[in-house]
Design a binder for this molecule. Structure first.
Ligand SMILES: Cc1cc2nc3c(=O)[nH]c(=O)nc-3n(C[C@H](O)[C@H](O)[C@H](O)COP(=O)(O)O)c2cc1C
Length: 423
């Protein structure tokens, strides 16, 4: 760490760097960043990333929960040197941040997950590879050197595929498996429904599948597609064109082959398992030595049961409000979960985190770290790898300054006493 600390260093880069002709980064204000990203994306891509379920009340509650908590600073404490680092599963991270798994990043930028992987590695912030990524995990891992990465799993109806994905994650150096439990069914996403747009139908966001030997075998075993009776519409042809382009291999070969359409059909059949129960978890436990975290836990009873069943960590998440409208805000759910888990495993939180002060509040209420979601996807849309790096640097800097100004020289000094009582 330099003498200035990451916060002052970043301020200097921005204020002084720009005066001396340096480049301007992506907008720092979260709404400005979102607006800039909107200009770079198709209406469908922007709607897919920004949107939530139903009336998007959960998204508002996530923000409202952060707004209701207030930081009470302590003064006259020496905060000239600050240590923002945290330990997580044996790794020391530069700050309490990870990159949330976000699928279909090719809608934000053509380099998609690869650009994010490079930016994450440059900052040593763990990236959680999405099961719905646009780039196979092995390619991202290769771009990351020894930098930390995890893998997020959607539990397929095929346990053989689950095993294959987890085996690949281990082989390419992922250090934890995050099982997302809140998306066994896709939420009622009004913006996407109104545009009749689901990226997977166009072959986007299925790279972890099309690169998987088990999945490919399942596609080959599938019966041929029933003959099309109706005339294709313009929208249908456009979807077919996009699918043919997105599918691995040459466009010429793909346009003649039934394989891309068969892969999408197979994907839709097997990508998630609504029948998943607690009884399924031992299957995963027996197949990996990596830490397993459950993402989407919001009830303290579920948290207790997970820990009792040998789960190594939890992500308190409502998927950024994309699944249930009117769902409890994650920051509101956090204290009861922290109480139930009683320090046995680390608890992470996401959904609505938009700045360093949000991370500070989550840590004050007992989270070990937070996941950054949409903001890095917007950074990616605006300026690719550089944009994601800017977003990460801004989060780290903002957190460092907030922590110091609150009178804390390290994460250990942040506690519930750092917040106003009764909020
Ligand atoms: C466009 C988009 C795609 C996402 N894809 C996934 C995914 O593939 N797997 C997953 O576990 N969560 C996924 N999420 C949820 C994020 O991991 C995270 O929980 C959420 O973005 C946090 O909310 P926030 O973006 O409002 O901060 C996705 C979120 C967005 C916005």
């Amino acid at each position: 760490m330099s003498d200035l600390g990451i916060g002052r260093q970043r301020q200097a880069e921005v204020y002084i760097g720009v005066l001396s002709g340096g480049r301007r980064g992506v907008p720092i204000d979260p709404s400005g960043l979102e607006r800039a990203a909107r200009k770079r994306m198709s209406p469908e891509a922007f709607a897919y990333i920004v949107g939530g379920a139903g009336l998007e009340e959960t998204m508002r509650s996530n923000r409202d929960a952060f707004d209701r908590r207030r930081i009470v600073p302590r003064v006259l404490r020496d905060v000239s040197t600050r240590d923002t680092s945290v330990e997580l599963f044996g790794r020391r991270l530069p700050g309490p941040f990870l990159l949330a798994p976000i699928g279909v990043l090719e809608m934000a930028h053509r380099e998609a997950d690869l650009a994010v992987a490079r930016a994450a590695a440059a900052k040593d912030v763990p990236m959680i590879f999405s099961n719905q990524a646009s780039v196979p995990m092995e390619r991202c891992a290769e771009a990351m050197g020894a930098a930390p990465r995890w893998f997020q799993l959607y539990w397929s109806t095929s346990n053989e595929l689950v095993e294959s994905l987890v085996g690949r994650a281990e082989a390419c150096g992922c250090e934890a498996i995050v099982v997302t439990l809140d998306t066994t069914l896709l939420g009622w996403r009004v913006r996407d429904l109104d545009l009749a747009y689901l990226p997977f139908l166009r072959g986007k966001g299925i790279a972890q599948y099309t690169s998987d030997p088990v999945f490919r075998r399942l596609v080959e075993q599938q019966d041929d597609e029933p003959a099309q009776r109706s005339r294709p519409t313009l929208a249908g042809l456009s979807a077919l064109f996009q699918l043919t382009r997105a599918y691995p291999g040459s466009f010429r070969a793909n346009i003649r082959s039934p394989r891309p359409r068969a892969a999408v059909r197979r994907f839709l059949e097997i990508y998630s398992r609504p029948s998943l129960t607690w009884e399924d978890l031992p299957f995963l436990r027996e197949r990996t030595k990596l830490p397993i975290l459950l993402k989407g836990v919001l009830h303290p009873e579920d948290a207790r049961r997970a820990v009792g069943g040998g789960i190594d960590g939890l992500v308190v998440s409502n998927h950024g409000g994309r699944q249930i409208d009117g769902e409890v805000a994650t920051l509101d759910a956090l204290p009861a979960i922290v109480h139930a888990v009683d320090g046995q495993v680390p608890i992470l939180l996401d959904s609505g985190v938009r700045g360093g002060a949000d991370a500070f509040k989550a840590v004050a209420l007992g989270a070990r770290a937070v996941l950054i979601g949409r903001p890095y996807a917007f950074g990616l849309a605006v300026a690719g790898e550089r944009g994601v790096r800017d977003v990460l640097e801004n989060f780290l800097a903002d957190f460092d300054l907030t922590m110091g100004l609150a009178g804390c020289a390290s994460i250990d000094e942040i506690s519930h006493e750092s917040l106003a009582a009764g909020a």
